[in-house]
Ligand binder design. Sequence first.
Ligand SMILES: Nc1ncnc2c1ncn2[C@@H]1O[C@H](COP(=O)(O)OP(=O)(O)OP(=O)(O)O)[C@@H](O)[C@H]1O
Ligand SMILES: [Mg+2]
Length: 361
Amino acid sequence: MGIPFFPKKKHLAGLDIGSGAIKLVQLERSGKGYQLQKFGVKTLDSELIVDGTIMDAGRVVSMIRELTEEQGLKTKDVAFSVSGHAVIVKKIQVASMSEDELEESIKWEAEQYIPFDINDVNIDFHVLGTPELEEASGQMDVLLAAVKREKLSEYSGIVREAGLRPVIVDVDAFTLENMYNINYEVNPEELVALVDIGASVMNISILKGGLFAFMRDISIGGNRYSETIQREFNLNFEQAELLKKGEAPGGVAEEIDAEALINIIDLLNEKISTEILRSFDYFRTTSSNEAIDRILLSGGGAKVKGLIPHLSEKLNLPVEMINPFKNIEVPDTLFDPSFVEEMAPLASVGVGLALRVEGDR
Ligand SMILES: Nc1ncnc2c1ncn2[C@@H]1O[C@H](COP(=O)(O)OP(=O)(O)OP(=O)(O)O)[C@@H](O)[C@H]1O
Ligand SMILES: [Mg+2]
C-alpha cells in the first residue's frame, strides 16, 4: 500500500451534442496513456437541432438519456462543448499585466473583438505569453473565448434535464486541440490545420507547434449535401443521407441520375475547399504570412466520398482523416473494431471532451 498522494481525479464523460449526432466518450487513464471505456453515437433527425439551435428539447433530452443508458454510463459528471455563431475565439494582444489585472479588465479588452453585447456573453481567457519579436513592446498574447450566455444556458439545461451534471463547458476548437495533442507528434515549427466538418458547422483551427493560432466556424457541413440532393431529386432527407453516404442510387429511389449526383457532391466539395482556402488566406494576412503544412480532417461530414483527394488537390497540401483513438487503447472485448473505425471521425470532439478533468484549468 502506497502513500496516498493526490486523490486521482476522474475524467469527465465527454458529451458532444452535435446537430447531426450525439456522441458519448469516456476514457480512463491506463499507465501513461488512455483506454476507451465508453463510446456511443446517436444519430439525430435533422429537425431536432437546426444550425446549433435546439428545436425539440424533449427529444434531444430523451436521445441523451437513451445514449447514457445504452452505454451504462455510471458517472453523472460530463463535459460538453459549444460551437458556431454563438462562440468567438480569438488570439488578441493586450498590454502586459498580471492574470489578476487581466481578470479585472478582460471585459473592456474583449469588447472590441466581440460582435455581441458584452453583457450577453461569458468570457474566458488564457495568457499565451509574450511573442519573442514583441518583447520590447510591452504586449502579450491572450487567447480569448466568449460564448453567448443564452447558448450556455440552453445546452446546460438540456444536459441537466437528461439527468447529468455539466461540470465543464468547452469550445469545439479547444477539444480538437486537446485531442490532437495526445494523439500526434507535435513538431514545434509545424502549422497544422484541424478541420472538423459536422452536420451544420465546419470548424477550422490552425495550430502552430500544437498551440492555438487561429480558429473560425463556418456554417456549412454534411447537411448542405443532403439538403441539396433532397431538393434536386425530390427525395426525403433520409434518402438523401443514404445517397450522400454512398448507397447505390438504385437501392434508394428510382430514376436517379448517378452522374448528376456526382456533380452535386463535387460542387459542394468545391464549396468546402473554397471556404477553407479563404480562411487560410485570411490567416496568412493576419499572421506573418505563415503557410499551413498539412490538414487533418474530422467530423462525419469529412467522410463524404472524394472530399479528401479534392481538398488535397485544390489546397495543394497533404490531407488525411484524423484518428482520435490513435494513442488510445481500444479494448476489443468492449468494442466492435469496425464500429469504432467507422465512427472514429465523429468522435474527435468527444475524445477532446473526455480528456477533461474537473478543475483542470
Ligand atoms: N459515411 C458518411 N458519408 C458522408 N457523410 C457522413 C457519413 N457518416 C456521417 N456523415 C455525415 O456526418 C454528419 C454528422 O457528423 P458529426 O457527428 O461530426 O456532426 P455533428 O457534430 O453532429 O454536427 P455539428 O458539429 O455541425 O453540430 C452528418 O451530416 C452525416 O450525414
Ligand atoms: Mg460536431
